[in-house]
Write a protein of this length. Structure first.
Length: 74
């Protein structure tokens, strides 16, 4: 069971949860929750570091960075 749980978490659940987080970011954007409107959202990485959410406005002056984490307890 531990092997299945670890594989599910690292190989599937985390990516699905990141998609859910990005979807919620779009909803909040439409509800004018943020102090600016972003037009692009995705992930960012430089080969060693990764940011799960990077949302940017059309002019590139504002950005939201976020991390999505999934925790399982037994």
């Amino acid at each position: 069971m531990d092997k299945i749980r670890k594989g599910l978490t690292t190989n599937h659940t985390a990516f699905v949860y990141e998609d859910v987080c990005r979807e919620r970011m779009w909803e909040l954007n439409a509800e004018e929750y943020w102090p600016f409107h972003f037009t692009k959202i995705g992930r960012w990485w430089d080969g060693q570091n990764e940011i799960d959410i990077a949302a940017i406005d059309p002019d590139g002056n504002n950005i939201i960075l976020g991390e999505c984490n999934v925790r399982f307890t037994s």
